[in-house]
Design a protein around this ligand. Structure first.
Ligand code: AMP
Ligand code: GLY
Length: 437
């Protein structure tokens, strides 16, 4: 098969590495890709939002399957365009990707179908939101821009003043663009967060092994929210009890709700869960693999990813026995110092060759490129994701922190406590999940 992957981050590198293991694959292309993906695939200079070019390219190269990694093209309807041209594509149609594309939609869906989530109100006008906050709200409270905002459209406000300036930022100053045309105001929940990714074929859902992301930029969950500074899988807090609850009230219920709405979902549903004292609640849905969740979950998957994606497209996922290794993975993100605000790019990365032919160690590229002189240089905030596998989380964590020293570049920055909370909070699952909020 010829496979085209759409995207350019660590997630797409992890997808490409999984696809490369498949015995069914002849050639992998990636649009636009990055320097690391270029070692496994032919990168083509087409942007993820250039739908016409992507469709033309897929036709020209007789692509048998397109895997769309990123949220923007999914929400924009790339899968529909590919299907219209007769090209099988993995990922939700536009009318289903709205599960991620509109927080108001996803909240209304959960309410209508009784899926446990935080209480909320939706507003179309800043004035109405302000009045509500003045009259009704208790603090902290959570404001969410309705649309896609690079993971930054969520504000946790401790006081009325903070909330009012949040409304202004989202709805009046349009800090997140048209994503702020509507806004959700939501009850603040506390608990341990868990990411659960799943494969879905429109009716059947198969759950992948759990993961946990570290979203804050600095050690001890301090600093600004980022796309994710590191992950580990599985999450020890995702117990059998939590799993049973989610299977009963959340996973199949979501898939059935989408089908009942005439929006059958095919692709990956990423459940952003919070384990509250009253039980698990859905914080958000994403319509794609997580980044960097994919970098710890996919290396642990036993199945051929191409078989699984094909089953999602064909509606035969019930015939797949999805299996994960009985091990653990930790991914530490190496970022450019200053991320997520301001940082320099273009620094040479050394030591990458140390990862070749090392079992259990992966170096997933996020923001990298090959410069005119053929050197691999930094090209983004999150530069590399260093993943290690081990028999248990502590072993995987030790190996990942050993491997982060193999590579170097100017302004290299990382957190030193990825996966550390696992040990510190044993038996104390949710008391320290939000130390800085
Ligand atoms: P989201 O993009 O909806 O996942 O929100 C980003 C982050 O904001 C989440 O991972 C949580 O850490 C936090 N968050 C979102 N909604 C809530 C909520 N209702 N209560 C507490 N924290 C939240
Ligand atoms: N790591 C969180 C996300 O991919 O949305």
């Amino acid at each position: 098969m010829n496979i085209l992957i759409v995207g350019s981050g660590g997630r797409e590198h992890a997808i490409a590495a999984s696809v490369a293991k498949s015995g069914r694959v002849k050639k992998i292309y990636c649009a636009p890709g990055n320097a690391g993906i270029g070692m496994l695939a032919e990168c083509v200079p087409i942007g993820a939002m250039e739908f016409e070019k992507l469709v033309a390219f897929a036709k020209e190269k007789a692509i048998d399957m397109v895997i769309v990694g990123m949220d923007d093209p999914l929400v924009g309807g790339l899968v529909d365009e590919l299907e219209a041209a007769g090209i099988p594509a993995f990922g939700p149609n536009k009318n289903a990707a709205i599960l991620e594309g509109s927080k108001a939609f996803s909240k209304d869906l959960m309410k209508k179908y009784g899926i446990p989530t935080a209480a909320y109100e939706t507003f179309e006008r800043a004035q109405d939101a302000e009045e509500y906050l003045k009259k009704q709200a208790s603090f902290p409270i959570v404001l969410k821009a309705d649309g896609l905002a690079l993971g930054k459209g969520v504000l946790i406000c401790n006081t009325l003043d903070e909330a009012l300036s949040g409304v202004k930022e989202i709805m009046e100053d349009k800090k997140f663009g048209s994503a702020g045309n509507r806004m959700v105001v939501e009850e603040f929940l506390t608990g341990r967060e868990v990411s659960v990714l799943s494969f879905v074929d429109g009716k059947t859902i198969k759950i992948m092994s759990s993961a946990q992301d570290h979203k804050r930029a600095k050690d001890g969950d301090q600093g600004l929210n980022t796309g994710g500074m590191g992950t580990f899988s599985p999450s020890p807090f995702y117990t059998d009890e939590v799993d049973a609850f989610c299977k009963k009230y959340i996973y199949q219920a979501t898939v059935d709700a989408m089908a009942a709405e005439g929006r059958p979902f095919r692709g990956v549903i990423f459940f952003g869960l919070i384990l509250t004292e009253k039980g698990p609640r859905v914080l958000e849905y994403n319509a794609r693999f997580g980044d960097p969740e994919a970098q710890v979950v996919l290396p642990r998957m036993k199945n051929d990813i191409v078989d699984v994606c094909e089953a999602c497209i064909n509606g035969t996922l019930d015939q797949i026995d999805l299996q994960f290794e009985d091990n653990a993975a930790v991914c530490v993100v190496l970022a450019s110092d200053g991320y997520p605000v301001a940082y320099e790019k273009g620094f040479e990365i050394t030591g990458l060759e140390k990862f070749t032919e090392k079992e259990d160690y992966f170096c997933f590229h996020a923001g990298t490129k090959t410069d005119e002189q053929g050197r691999i240089v930094t090209n983004g905030g999150r530069v590399l994701g260093i993943t290690a596998l081990g028999g248990d989380l502590e072993t995987a964590r030790g190996k990942a922190y050993e491997a982060v020293e193999w590579v170097d570049f100017a302004n290299k920055y990382m957190r030193h406590d990825i996966g550390k909370s696992i040990q510190e909070s044993k038996g104390n699952a949710d008391s320290s999940a939000f130390p800085s909020k």
